[in-house]
Design a protein around this ligand. Structure first.
Ligand SMILES: *Cc1c(COP(=O)(O)O)cnc(C)c1O
Length: 456
């Protein structure tokens, strides 16, 4: 085999990987139809006929529910909005604690703060990268109102154990399935296994309409509360609801007719995307089977994986090379990424959220210690070392590929695997020539790779 590219040899591949193309004729037709109708949104922030939006908004919600068996869908203008609404709907109040894994997009944790809720972090499981039921239970206190369960990277969390613990302690369950649309846990679609949950429709997710989200729930009461908060509920509530609903006034979190029409067309593509990613991921996993030091975990029968991002667990000792040098060496073998979706490999995913300055300084709004001041006796721990599994994934173990996705082919995946195999075969030579003193504070995440395109 030729010399490693990072040592000056020829790379495995020069030709760029195909970009995703997300919008097609169906989306164009749908958008044009809405524009010609001149009704780009059909909401009014008042009770009555327009409170729940127009034909495309309702059509999009109904279609998603029909495809996956949810009772209620409530579309929203982002999944961050959806998480905030979910917090309100389950009744989070100032000083309540909301448990969340730290290894997720920040909104999973910060949504609680909009209602004065205090994020409390519980560790993840090594294999699923999702909430560890045992640590979740350890973090429950009399102040715990809700838990946010994130189906990270598209793999479902251990829902049976989590639901059993949550029900026993009367904790509401919000599922953040932003990265897991269409995913099943033991045959049941994620999103509404808990009390309320949902999906993101931002540009980087499996399907999208620019920005957007979809809340789902099996509960009539929670659906109504979500609808109130989505659209200025103060103008639509009955006297009984004001008396019985903790959080009813709302914002404007509405999705437009234009976005909903595009979303309807996008839904037709979702199952095809999932199949393509599962096929490519299975191929990648087979290739990695022969590579010591690189491990994958497959899901159990009845569980799907949406492969928002493909994860690889890295053992630096077995490879004889730091994760950072390995990733840089593999990147040198492959064409330069043009953005997040074309990033072949990156490290770490996301810095555990409690290490963000906001949690370190306990200050989210205003000049005081909001929302922590609501419950001084609560004092959750945000110190380094709090969630050792999440920290280890971030600092040492996890390698990610957002590139294992449509429209790539099995041959493309082989090139990525060949690049890894080539670097593994020359690990000692690369280390000898370049040295290897990785500083763990310099984790290069997929977002860093995307931001540095053109310079890597
Ligand atoms: C994308 C994402 C969000 C936020 O969704 P937006 O639609 O961008 O607001 C929240 N949680 C997770 C896990 C995500 O991946």
């Amino acid at each position: 085999m030729s010399q490693a590219a990072i040592l000056g040899g020829p790379p495995v591949r020069y030709r760029r990987f195909a970009d995703r193309k997300t919008m097609g004729e169906a989306e164009e037709r749908a958008a044009v139809e809405v524009i010609r109708s001149d009704v780009l949104s059909d909401f009014l922030g008042a009770g009555g006929d327009y409170f729940l939006g127009g034909a495309k908004v309702r059509g999009f919600e109904d279609k998603w529910c029909e495809m996956y068996g949810f009772k209620h869908g409530i579309s929203v203008n982002s999944w961050t909005s959806g998480l905030v609404i979910a917090m309100g709907a389950v009744g989070v109040q100032p000083g309540d604690e909301v448990i969340c894994p730290p290894y997720t997009m920040s909104a999973s944790a910060t949504a609680a703060i909009f209602y004065g809720g205090i994020p409390v972090f519980a560790d993840i499981e090594r294999e699923t990268l999702c909430l560890d039921p045992a640590d979740f239970e350890r973090k429950i206190t009399p102040r715990t109102r809700a838990v946010v369960v994130v189906h990270l990277l598209g793999r479902s969390a251990n829902m049976d154990a989590i639901m059993e613990i949550a029900r026993r302690h009367d904790v509401k369950v919000i599922e953040d399935a932003a990265q897991a649309p269409g995913v099943r846990y033991k045959g049941r679609p994620v999103g509404a296994i808990g009390d309320v949950g949902g999906f993101s429709l931002n540009f980087h997710k499996h399907i999208h309409c620019g920005e957007g989200g979809m809340l789902v729930t099996q509960s009539d009461e929670l659906a109504r509360r979500c609808q109130l908060i989505r659209n200025h509920g103060e103008n639509a509530v009955s006297p009984e609801e004001v008396a019985s609903t903790p959080n009813f006034f709302g914002g404007n979190y509405r999705l437009t007719e234009l976005q909903s029409a595009i979303g309807i067309a996008q839904l037709d593509r979702l199952e095809g995307y999932l199949e393509a990613r599962q096929r490519l991921a299975a191929h990648m996993a087979r290739r990695l089977d022969d590579m010591p030091g690189l491990q994958t975990y497959m899901t159990d029968e009845g569980d799907d994986h949406a492969y928002y991002i493909f994860p690889i667990w890295y053992d630096a000792e077995r490879v004889g090379m730091s994760r950072s040098l390995f990733v840089r060496s593999v990147l040198a073998e492959l064409p330069e990424p043009r953005g997040f979706e074309s990033t072949p490999l990156a490290e770490g995913y996301i810095k555990p959220l409690y290490l963000l300055e906001m949690f370190q300084q306990r200050r989210a709004m205003g000049r005081g210690s909001f929302p922590w001041a609501f419950a001084p006796e609560s004092a959750p721990d945000y110190s380094k070392g709090l969630c050792p599994v999440a920290e280890s994934m971030y600092e040492r173990e996890l390698i990610l590929s957002p590139l294992v996705r449509e429209p790539l082919s099995v041959e493309d995946i082989d090139d990525i695997a060949d690049a890894m195999e080539k670097v593994l075969g020359q690990a000692s030579e690369i280390v000898a020539k370049l040295g290897d003193d990785q500083d763990v504070t310099e984790v290069v995440t997929p977002i860093d790779v995307a931001n540095s395109r053109g310079t890597t």
